[in-house]
Each structure stands twice: as C-alpha cells, then as structure tokens.
Design a protein around this ligand. Structure first.
Ligand code: UDP
Length: 235
C-alpha cells in the first residue's frame, strides 16, 4: 500500500474510536465494568478478595491478582474455538502485569482477587479495552488502588503513526501495533508490547499519542465511576 493519507474509517491519525464506559454491569460480581472502543467491547468482573485455594498457593505476605482473559466464540467474524488458548494465556498475563503496580494487595494476605475479562465483540485492541475495563471493575469492587490504569494501542500503518488501530488497519501488511497501558496521574507505563521494527523517533511519537489517548480514557473512566455513585445517591 502506498502512502496512507486518510484512515479507512475516516478518523484523524490522533483520533480514537468512540468510547463508552459503565460500571456495575454484573450484579453478582463484587465489581464490574463494560468498556467499549468502537466495535470492540470488553466486560470485566471482579470477585474477591477471598481466601485462596488450594492453600499452598497462598502468600502470607500479600494478596494476589489473578486475571483471566477470554474471547467469546461469536466475538469475531470467523468463529473462535471456545476455551483457553496460548493467546489468551499471554493476554491474561500482560493484563495482570499492567494492573499490579496500582493495586494495594498487602492488606489481604492469603487472599486472591480474581478478574475475568470477557471480549464479547472484537475489532482489534481487545487487550487494551480489557485492561481499561478491568481497572474500572477493580475500582468499582473497592479494591484499594493508588491510581487507575488506562490502555490504548498505537502504531504505524503505511508510514503514519496513529492511535487506536482497528482490525482493518492491523491487517495492513506493514502495520506495527503497540498496546500501551499507563497509570492516570503520573502516566507511568505499566505495559508496552512491540513486535517488529520501529525507529526510535516513531516510537516516541507513538508513546506521546498513547499518553494523550490514555488521559482521555482516564477521564471517561473517572466519569463512569462517579456516575455509578450518583445513581446510588439518588436511589
Ligand atoms: N482476532 C480474531 N480471532 C482470534 C484472535 C484475534 O479475529 O482468534 C482478531 C480480533 O479482532 C482481535 C484482533 O484479531 O482484536 C487482534 O488480535 P491481537 O492478538 O493483536 O490482540 P488485540 O489487538 O485484540 O489486543
């Protein structure tokens, strides 16, 4: 593909897809959230802190975080085989790593906080939507946190550095996709994945875009939390 002058979707290079965030979507969970970026929809449910079993897995020094990422079979155009796979194991692990730095689990020795991330519709950027949803669900569950975490993918497609790649962009031959997660206040990066080659200058530009995007996502997450408590007050 020659130069990429305009995005397939008509978005600007620094424009994310439409974002929607809501907490309290699963009544039986201790905390839950829905986070949508365009056609990608993630739902996160938090259970715990609760005593970890089997007991030999317990840590008397701290509670542990356990994330489980899954994509439903009908979330993608070509049916995904149900059940765990390598990709899911990797994404579960990076989700955990992206969230752990903001969690205060020392006050819950021998306990576990379980986070289930379910992708019900996928159009690229699912690990990022999942992380933003999980951070919201953890906050909604009242788990002590130093900060929120927001995530967005940035990258380079046909010579242009851009934010929030959709599937059409990810599928371009030379596309580089960089999922980034960061904390809200200090914008400390808790996840950065990069496959392939990228010049330092482009990487720096991409990180700058991610910072702008995460700042917007953080505001939307905060609003979702505030809205939930507003409705409690009015009940
Ligand atoms: N995808 C798919 N089937 C699969 C896995 C992924 O169609 O079994 C699509 C889905 O749209 C996903 C995209 O490929 O969002 C990119 O997947 P990737 O592993 O890069 O992770 P993501 O960008 O979703 O975090």
């Amino acid at each position: 593909m020659a130069g990429y002058d305009k995005r397939f979707s008509g978005r600007k290079f620094d424009e994310m897809r439409e974002i929607e965030a809501k907490v309290g979507v699963i009544k039986r969970a201790d905390g839950s959230a829905l986070f949508r970026m365009g056609d990608t929809i993630a739902i996160a449910a938090v259970y715990g802190p609760r005593e970890l079993h089997p007991r030999f897995l317990q840590n008397p020094e701290t509670g542990i975080l356990r994330c489980n990422y899954d994509m439903t079979s009908f979330s993608v155009p070509e049916r995904k085989r149900p059940g765990p796979n390598r990709r899911g194991v990797e994404i579960s692990l990076v989700t955990e790593k992206a969230l752990l730095p903001v969690l205060e689990l020392k006050q819950f020795p021998n306990a576990v906080v379980d986070v289930f991330v379910e992708i019900v519709q996928a159009n690229a950027g699912t690990r990022c939507a999942g992380i933003s949803a999980a951070a919201l669900a953890l906050a909604h569950a009242g788990i002590p946190m130093k900060d929120l975490v927001s995530a967005v993918s940035v990258g380079k497609v046909s010579g242009k550095v851009l934010i929030d790649l959709d599937k059409e962009e990810e599928d371009v031959d030379d596309a580089t996709d960089i999922p980034i997660a960061m904390t809200g206040r200090k914008q400390e990066i808790t996840l950065l994945q990069l496959d392939g080659n990228l010049a330092k200058k482009d990487l720096m530009e991409a990180i700058k875009l991610a910072k702008q995007g995460c700042e917007k996502i953080n505001k939307i997450q905060q609003k979702a939390l505030k809205d939930a408590y507003k409705s409690v007050k009015n009940e």
